[in-house]
Structures are given as C-alpha cells and as structure tokens.
Ligand binder design. Sequence first.
Ligand SMILES: [Cu+2]
Length: 110
Amino acid sequence: MFTSKYLSLGYISIIAIILGLVINTTFVNTAQAADDRKIELKIKGMGCEMCAHAIDKVISSCVGVKGCDVSYKDGKATVEIEVKANIEEIKKAVGDAGFFLDEWSIEELQ
Ligand SMILES: [Cu+2]
C-alpha cells in the first residue's frame, strides 16, 4: 500500500528529528524572550536621518543589544536588550556620540 511504504521507520525517524528541532527551537526562543526587555530612550540633538543612523550604530555596538530602532522624526530610540546588557553603557554611548538623553523607560517584552 502507498502509505505503509512511505511510513517506514526511516521516515518516522526523520519526522521525529524535525519535530524535535522545531519544539526545541520554540522553547529556546520563549526562554530568551522572557528575559528580554525593551527600553525606550528619548533623545535630543538629532538634526537629520544621519544622526539617527549614528545613534543606531553606537547603541547596536553595546553589549547585549539585540535590536535597535532610532527614529529621527520622533526623537527616540527603541532598543531590545538581553539581561546581560548594561543600560548605563547604552546611555553613555548615546551621550559620547554627542546627543542628549531626555528620559528613558524600560518595559518588559511580552
Ligand atoms: Cu544629523
């Protein structure tokens, strides 16, 4: 029969391995997301899109930064960080690049 031919032990093993990988990846991602946080920095001193790009670069180079989105229009940076990230380092990096941190806030990622 067609189905019994293809549901041999070999195929079942391969399916089990793929399922295992999918489940493992899902759990690993969930574990990381639980520790991740998002911080929002209001930044003064940006004059153009190049400033936003420069800030993006310095923030992204900080330890534990997973993602960064700097908006020149809104004057803010949204930064996704891991537990090992040092918020003081991120704030200092923005200051050292010649910009001013107005205020900042932390929120947990869902
Ligand atoms: Cu500029």
